[in-house]
Design a protein around this ligand. Sequence first.
Ligand code: UD1
Ligand code: CA
Length: 449
Amino acid sequence: MTEVLTVILAAGEGTRMKSSRNKVLHKLGGKPLIGHVVGLAAGISEKVVCVVGHQAREVKKTASRYGELEFVRQDRQLGTGHAVQQAERYIAEHQGPILILYGDIPLINTSTLTGLVTEHQNRQAGMTILTAEMDDPAGYGRIVRDSSGGIKAVVEEHDTDSETAAIREVNSGIYCFNSQLLREALKQLDNDNQQGEYYLPDTMHYISKRAPLIPLKAEDPREILGINDRADLAEAEGILQKRIRQKHLASGVTLLDPDCTYIEPGVEIEQDVIIYPGSYFKGSTRIGSGSIIGPGCQLDNAKIASEVRVRQGSIIIGSQVDSGSTVGPYAYLRPGTEIAESCRIGNFVELKKSRVGRGSKVPHLSYVGDATIGSSCNVGAGTIFANYDGENKHQTVLEDEVFVGSNTTLVAPVKLGRGSSTGAGSVVTKDVEDNSLVLGVPARFYRKK
Ligand code: UD1
Ligand code: CA
């Protein structure tokens, strides 16, 4: 594709969201609206410029996380045409086509945008407008066609009469412009309308006299959904979730109740994974083949290997579980936890920044923080790793084949040697030698095993 300059409009506040945060900072599929649009633009453009105004600092910071782009300011939001005028110096330098995207239209497909630019180039158009047929066109600018099927005007919602209000073909807000004609047309714009705004679509009146004005209808109107209020945001989330679920279903994932499964776009799930209802998958979570998750689990940046069972109500954040292990019900794996192969992490167990070695078990009601547990250990019910002395966090080490009696408290820093054991109810404050049994409060050496 020829070199495209993309201008993203994101200066408006989005008052209809009823929010203290700028509209484009609101999240869809776990990613801010502006992030979706910047990601799209960066993939197909030579340069991306974003027009910011309301909460400019936050919008810039957020947008920059999703691609390389430049910013221009629009201090007063006098309309979409006025917003594009602020990017004048970039438009002046650019020879190829100029694509306009709105920060509040996040669901558009890359193929639709490349199709728009290609059509624009092939037809040597002055302006190519993406339109769509909506069941409910309320809130959008209506496309008025002339007798030969060309576009006569875009009539904004506020400027409609009963006849134009009934038109179901709407302006998506996405256009491709010839750069020279856009430059000229922007100079002619006025704000003679109900809202007293400089409307970008009005550039068509200048351009259409000099080059073809091409309407291109999107196949799926859901792609161009503009997010103006919370209802739109919820609708967009529904559309996005449906797309994501369909992708996973098609690639061999069983979702027992797709409508009750929430999956963010960056999540990867291998074949033959079974997901019970009410589960929630976030960030860059990966789930290996044959694993069974749920019901009601939350996985956030979790790395789950194959054949893992994550039972009801478990939460796994920033942690890894290797193959053949089971977690839960109601386990809580906090960031920095690594569970090796064939482990059992049982009910009401919390782990934080801890490693559990191959084949080890923490089956019931324990807190494990800042610990390294070797292989083939058993941590009895109710064991607490007392890692915090009120000022600092300390490490606990269990070497291989350690057996911790029920209701033991391990006061960190402390190390339990290979093959050692603690009696039930012990409070261990000193290191335990290999193959020894300690018990009592505080725990004392009892005998070699
Ligand atoms: C706009 C279109 C409408 C189209 C609809 C599609 C105009 C005049 N109307 O209406 O035809 O059907 O989008 O969703 O273009 N913005 C600025 N500066 C401004 C005004 C807006 O940067 O001065 C930005 C907003 O932040 C937003 C985008 O432009 O990202 C669209 O603005 P919005 O007010 O939502 O326009 P609509 O009324 O939806
Ligand atoms: Ca809008």
